[in-house]
Design a protein around this ligand. Structure first.
Ligand code: SF4
Length: 312
């Protein structure tokens, strides 16, 4: 079985070849309610480990077939930072990747390990999950292995965000009735304000989950996004947009809405009816609305805000 999959086309990250660092079985230090993989007890260490040489040979073969790649994504059937030879693998990737970027998708739990922290500093783009900020909700949604604490994770992400010079993305996945309460959003908001990142992607369940839980619809996700501080670079991931019901907005409502939270064209098409979309285009044409780019995603915001919004 090859350890490489793809190419996968993603609007957020470009054309990617994925490396699966746990190709033969799920090995994860979480057992998330929403996991797309089958439920499995959280474990502290990988039991089955693929040699670095095997991965590099698989990747060279894949790159010879698909040379036009933007990113090599380190991921796993589980948590990629549990891979014990991650540092050696990243060093080997650097010798063959040329101008291709490296990206890792992590649940953040191992970031408190100094070796993992240092290895992730060497990767071009890092995406870290943060589904909760209170211990109760964290244990409920992510079901971590013994000894993993959310306070330590938030402290590690904050330190990492200060030390990392590449692109840092955070991801929050919302599960109905679990991490979508006002108290949890307030706690997440406080944590996020201490972290310097390029973008915060918020999304919900869109594939069959490991356990019997439900996702949110677009309107619910959009309302949640409004509860966060407007300075945070929040992006609602686009797979949720299909469930939206477009509404009529006046010019001032459009500007107020964008003032609270910059929106992407997907958000605008999901929220605004046809007449409101024409009003939006008119405001854009007359310079009352401006575009800002955050790591491959274009957002629209009132022009007067363009210098106010924080970037990394
Ligand atoms: S961290 Fe990822 S792989 Fe692990 S249980 Fe959660 S969703 Fe599944």
């Amino acid at each position: 079985m090859s350890t490489i999959f793809g190419p996968v086309h993603s609007r957020r990250f470009g054309v990617s070849l994925g490396i699966d660092l746990s190709a033969s079985a799920k090995q994860c230090n979480f057992d998330c309610l929403y996991c797309e993989l089958a439920p499995a007890p959280a474990m502290a260490h990988q039991h089955t480990v693929t040699p670095v040489e095997t991965i590099i040979n698989d990747l060279k073969e894949a790159l010879s077939k698909h040379p036009s790649i933007d990113v090599i994504t380190l991921t796993a059937n589980g948590e990629p930072t549990m891979y014990p030879y991650l540092d050696a693998l990243v060093k080997s990737l650097d010798t063959i990747k040329g101008s291709i970027q490296t990206l890792i998708l992590s649940n953040s739990a191992c970031l408190s390990d100094p070796a993992v922290f240092d290895t992730l500093l060497k990767i071009d783009q890092v995406k870290l999950s943060l589904d909760a900020a209170t211990p109760e909700t964290f244990k409920k949604i992510d079901r971590p292995a013994e000894g993993i604490e959310i306070g330590t994770i938030i402290e590690s992400i904050t330190r990492f965000s200060e030390a990392f010079s590449g692109k840092l993305f955070l991801e929050i996945l919302f599960v109905k009735g679990v991490n979508d309460t006002t108290e949890e959003i307030e706690a997440l908001n406080r944590a996020l304000l201490s972290i310097q990142c390029d973008r915060i992607d918020i999304g919900t369940i869109d594939r069959p989950p490991a356990y019997a839980v439900q996702g949110l619809n677009f309107e619910e996700l959009y309302l949640l996004s409004q509860l966060f501080d407007p300075i945070l670079p929040i992006h609602i991931v686009s797979r949720t947009h299909a469930s939206a019901t477009p509404t009529n907005y006046s010019d001032s409502e459009i500007l107020t809405t964008l003032d609270k939270r910059p929106l992407t064209i997907d958000d605008i098409q999901a929220l605004f009816d046809a007449e409101s979309q024409l009003r939006f285009q008119n405001l854009l044409h007359h310079g009352e609305i401006a575009q800002i780019e955050r790591s491959n995603v274009i957002f629209f915001t009132p022009s007067k805000n363009i210098n106010r919004k924080r970037s990394k």
